[in-house]
Write a protein that binds this ligand. Structure first.
Ligand code: HEC
Length: 148
């Protein structure tokens, strides 16, 4: 009797831990979706789909900078191999090649902080935005996998 209570207790604890990890992955995905939304707002202006708006640029860059700050702690070992619903998941390389992943975080951080204050009009936006997009793509190329 006591034994089964213990077993049930352990099962419940295990499930709670798995859920917490799934939540972490979902948080990561929400951060990434916010990246896409905010970079997308800048790209829409580059393409002329939206008029240039400094407040939108500044707000978008602030979100990206916040992401840059979060990235180093967004992928703890506990979420390795976790893959809840979604279009993408992290490649095991995030954990197998920590130095490479950290290098991508560092260059993303640099490009985003360099952009801050430098984008003042459509011309500078057009010059700088593709470089930020390249940082996203550069990391995804190796560290993000599409769910099939
Ligand atoms: C240092 C690496 C890195 C950088 C830089 C980075 N990402 Fe990601 N991104 C990832 C990883 C890893 C995943 C997979 C996470 C997952 O889906 O669980 C991901 C997933 C995504 C997803 C899919 C989220 C989902 O629902 O599964 C989007 C959209 C995305 N990133 C957009 C961006 C944009 C836009 C930028 C640049 C502004 C960016 N990312 C910069 C590593 C990065």
């Amino acid at each position: 009797m006591r034994r089964s209570v213990l077993v049930i207790g352990m099962l419940v604890l295990g499930a709670a831990a798995a859920m917490a990890q799934e939540d972490l992955v979902k948080q990561d995905q929400a951060v990434m979706k916010a990246n896409a939304k905010n970079l997308g707002a800048m790209v829409a202006m580059v393409k002329g789909e939206k008029p240039y708006d400094q407040a939108t640029v500044d707000a978008s860059l602030a979100v990206l900078q916040n992401t840059a700050k979060k990235l180093p702690t967004m992928f703890p070992d506990s979420i390795k191999g976790q893959n809840p619903d979604g279009d993408y998941h992290s490649s095991p390389k995030v954990w197998e090649d920590k130095a490479g992943f950290a290098a991508h975080i560092a260059s993303f951080t640099k490009v985003v902080s360099d952009a801050k204050g430098k984008i003042r009009d459509l011309e500078t936006l057009k010059a700088i935005t593709p470089g930020i997009g390249k940082e996203c793509g550069g990391c995804h190329e190796t560290y993000r996998l599409k769910n099939s």
